[in-house]
Design a protein around this ligand. Structure first.
Ligand SMILES: Nc1ncnc2c1ncn2[C@@H]1O[C@H](COP(=O)(O)OP(=O)(O)OP(=O)(O)O)[C@@H](O)[C@H]1O
Ligand SMILES: [Mg+2]
Length: 254
């Protein structure tokens, strides 16, 4: 469903690419966790896939549509939760959700039922009529999550979505991710919380220095003889990359 092929992105003035020849595929029904140290290139990869920043080479294909060839069609199939909480602070929560519904053509008859489900799940019913500027950090995060999900995107992309969520909301988000993937969509998210990635994901990618060091099913981790938890694998691969001894992305992918 989501195909990323030799994606390379260098920021203006950057000494080296922030994302360097990254390739992976996410299939229908899969949750893919994207992990890597600070500055590894996770958010940049996500911003390339969502069309927020351009890239100099490689391709991104969303359900068969090339992002550069038909960006509007490709973006309509994506729901994106960013790592910052840039929202229209002067709007109420309801106005923001309606705005997202208008952008993505969610039928008026379906909006209320979809929204009510999420408001109850994330305990936002009392706040939704209030201006976003009065929301806490976690409340803004939850509104972002609802705004990205309200049009039922085929590909749901989240950049460090657990940040700021209370334990119940984090649990509910993990459940929502599973439900969304099980409906025949896919979920791609970055995280520093390896326990969450290990619990919720079907596949995982490890990136460092812009290069994909590993791309494998979590079930494969258990049988490759690595005898490693995800944390051990992460620490091993990123330490090797730091020493300059990492295998290149192609060799490491499984
Ligand atoms: N807007 C920008 N302009 C120039 N360089 C940038 C910009 N955004 C990110 N970078 C650089 O690109 C590299 C990758 O950054 P990116 O934000 O993708 O990392 P990340 O893996 O998301 O890190 P974190 O875990 O801290 O969120 C870093 O070297 C960073 O300094
Ligand atoms: Mg980031």
């Amino acid at each position: 469903m989501l195909n990323v092929n030799h994606l390379t992105k260098t920021y203006p003035g950057g000494a080296r690419p922030a994302v360097d020849g990254v390739s992976f595929d996410i299939a229908e029904g899969e949750i893919y966790g994207f992990i890597g140290p600070n500055g590894a290139g996770k958010s940049t990869t996500i911003k390339c896939i969502t069309g927020i920043v351009g890239f100099e080479s490689g391709s991104v294909t969303i359900c068969g549509t090339d992002l550069k060839g038909d960006p509007i069609r490709a973006k309509r199939m994506i729901g994106y939760v960013s790592d910052d909480h840039v929202l229209y602070e002067g709007l109420t929560g309801t106005e923001f959700i309606n705005f997202m519904c208008d952008v993505f053509d969610v039928p008026s008859s379906e909006r209320r039922a979809r929204l009510d489900k999420y408001l109850e799940l994330f305990s936002l019913t009392d706040a939704i009529g209030k201006q976003i500027k009065s929301y806490s950090h976690g409340m803004k995060q939850k509104l972002n999550i609802i705004g990205a999900l309200i049009h039922e995107p085929r590909i749901w992309i989240l950049d460090e979505p657990m940040t700021g969520l209370d334990p119940k909301s984090a649990f509910n988000l993990k459940t929502l991710m599973r439900e969304h993937a099980d409906k025949g969509n896919c979920v791609f998210f970055s995280s520093h919380v390896l326990d969450v990635v290990e619990k919720v994901c079907d596949r995982v990618g490890i990136i460092d220095g812009g290069k994909l060091l590993a791309d494998c099913a979590l079930s494969e981790l258990k049988v490759t003889g690595l005898d490693a938890s995800l944390e051990e694998l992460f620490l091993k691969l990123t330490a090797e990359a730091e020493e300059g001894g990492a295998p290149d992305g192609e060799d490491a992918q499984g």
